[in-house]
Design a protein around this ligand. Structure first.
Ligand code: AMP
Length: 218
C-alpha cells in the first residue's frame, strides 16, 4: 500500500488535493479532522468533550486520535494507498505512525508539504464549505471549486455546511497551533528523505499537477 501524508497549515487545500488524488489513483482519503467530527456528532460524553476542544482550535489528545485512525486503517487494508490529511500533527503522532507502519512491514512513501502564507490561507477559510457526509470540500469564493448546485454536494447530494471553526478568530489559534506543534514535522521528514514541497498558493489544478508528478515517481 502507498502511504502518503499531506502536511500543511489549515486551509492550504489538503482536503481538496486528497479528494483529487483518491479519484485518480483509487487511494483512500483519511482525514483525522473528519474522523473526529464524526465522533463529535455522536451525542455521548466523548462527542461533547470533542466539540468543545475542536471549536477552540487546539489539538485533541494523541491517544483518541490514534485510536480513531487505527480503527479506520483496519477497514482499508486492501486499498492501493492511503492519503493522510491532518495527521500527524506533532512529532509524537509521527513516531506512533512510524511504529504502526513498521509493524505492518510498510514504509512511508512521501510527505507532501503544501506551503501557504497566513493571509492567503485566511482568505480561503472565509469561503470554505464542506459536505458533512462524504467530506468533499468546496469554496464559494473560488469559481473552480464551487459545487455545481449551490449548497449541495456534487458527490452525494447532501447539504453543504460551514464548519464552526472556520472563522477568523479560531483560524488564528489553529495557525498558531500549527506553527508550534506541526511545523517541526517539516524538518523531521526532511531528515528522513521523504519530504516534497509544493506551493499551495497556486490554483488547485496546478498544485494537483505537481502532486501527480511526485506520486507517479514514488
Ligand atoms: P482539520 O479538519 O484537519 O482542520 O482538523 C480540525 C480540528 O480537529 C483541529 O483543529 C483539531 O482540533 C482536531 N484534529 C484534527 N486532526 C488532529 C490530529 N491529528 N491531532 C489532534 N487534533 C486533531
Amino acid at each position: 500500500m502507498k502511504s502518503i501524508i499531506l502536511l500543511a497549515p489549515p486551509a492550504a487545500g489538503k482536503g481538496t488535493q486528497a479528494d483529487l488524488l483518491c479519484k485518480k489513483y483509487g487511494f483512500v482519503h483519511i482525514s483525522t479532522g473528519d474522523l473526529l467530527r464524526e465522533a463529535m456528532h455522536q451525542n455521548d460524553e466523548l462527542g461533547n468533550s470533542l466539540k468543545e476542544q475542536m471549536q477552540s482550535g487546539k489539538l485533541i489528545g494523541d491517544a483518541i486520535v490514534f485510536e480513531l485512525l487505527e480503527n479506520k486503517l483496519k477497514t482499508i487494508e486492501n486499498a492501493p494507498g492511503s492519503i493522510l490529511d491532518g495527521f500527524p500533527r506533532n512529532v509524537n503522532q509521527a513516531e506512533e505512525y512510524n511504529r504502526l507502519l513498521r509493524s505492518k512491514n510498510e514504509t512511508l512513501k512521501a510527505v507532501i508539504y503544501l506551503s501557504i502564507d497566513y493571509d492567503t490561507a485566511l482568505k480561503r477559510i472565509v469561503g470554505r464549505i464542506s459536505c458533512p457526509k462524504c467530506g468533499h470540500v468546496y469554496n464559494d469564493l473560488i469559481e473552480s471549486n464551487q459545487p455545481t448546485v449551490k449548497g449541495i454536494c456534487n458527490d452525494c447530494q447532501s447539504s453543504l455546511e460551514k464548519r464552526a471553526d472556520d472563522n477568523e478568530e479560531i483560524f488564528k489559534v489553529r495557525f498558531e497551533t500549527y506553527l508550534e506543534q506541526t511545523e517541526p514535522l517539516i524538518e523531521y521528514y526532511k531528515e528522513k528523505g521523504v519530504l516534497y514541497e509544493v506551493d499551495s498558493a497556486l490554483p488547485t489544478n496546478e498544485v494537483f499537477q505537481m502532486i501527480e508528478s511526485i506520486v507517479d515517481h514514488i
